[in-house]
Design a binder for this molecule. Sequence first.
Ligand SMILES: [Zn+2]
Length: 234
Amino acid sequence: MIDYGKWSQPGVPQKGWTCTGSYDSCENGEEIHRVCEMCERQPIRYVHVMGHDDYPGPLECGCDCAAKMGLEYTAGLQAARERERVLKLAAQKRIRDRKRQEAEEQRARERVEALARWEADRLARYEREGGEERSRFADDSGWKTSRRGTPYINVDGYHIVVFERRHGGWGVGISPLLREGETMWGRRTYRTEREARLGAYDALKIMPPPPAAEDFDADPAWIPPLEPMEEEAR
Ligand SMILES: [Zn+2]
């Protein structure tokens, strides 16, 4: 290699270079695309940046040339090899990290898909098994109208109202029959009264069984486990 490139170019120092840095030129998985600037021949991946007081600017070199260009060959070779070893370890770690990250992303995608499937199955089952019951609930003869004109129904220990919102649409409120004043107001707005009644059925389905009268005495602080809604403007 000693005849090639700058090795045979007059005026280019052949000894006394010092390494000012090293890097992996294929850090992001590129093909090897560089050639050593000293011999101008050796394709290199791990670049040793070499500087010399009698040469303008650094040369980016391969391991062999960098070792020969140093003050002393053996020490230069050892140092160049050590630099390469560090760069190779870093490259391997990047590959491992990338694989791990890809595996994590894959798992996350699978979780999201599984959740979506579960949700779709649940909705399908609900449509199949709950649809008729939902309609029956909305049309139940138990729905009455309060003195203030609000439709309500008392069912399964809960008092449910549907009401017209001030700015249009319908809302749902639900409270345990034995606990007046602890109404939870649903955030959803329904287009029609009947849709609100259907929504009330859904709300009822996620309520736990209301506490019995004796539980109220035992635990006067009992609060339905849903997040209490802010009271709506009625
Ligand atoms: Zn070279």
